[in-house]
Design a protein around this ligand. Sequence first.
Ligand code: CO
Length: 134
Amino acid sequence: MSVKRIDHIAVVVDDIEGALNFWRDALGMDMTHMEEVAEQQSIVAFLPTGGSEIELVKPTTDSSGVAKYLAKRGPGMHHICVEVDDIHATLAQLKAKGIKLINETPTIGAGGKQIAFVHPGSTSGVLVELYQAA
Ligand code: CO
């Protein structure tokens, strides 16, 4: 298995329009689409650049992991997502090496992609998302 690229960097926000005021309106990035991802209990907005994207994430419930993160720490950087060629093989390899996983099997993220999160306790404090292109 291999890591192909950084797919996106996610920023958790309590106000998408407020975040777009910086990323889109002031910095000049394009917001290509916004969607509600029921599975992740959040609305996500994407601003692509150079083969990766800034992803703005706003929780839609109070109970999701991202909602609790926002309540505890306020808006800010939330996770880094790397694209892998085989998410099942990657999860098996990490598990075999004793890495703590939040999702031991892939779940569904934005665009119907297979994703899984690695626990920050095993990554020097950075929430890492794995994603496999369809
Ligand atoms: Co993400």
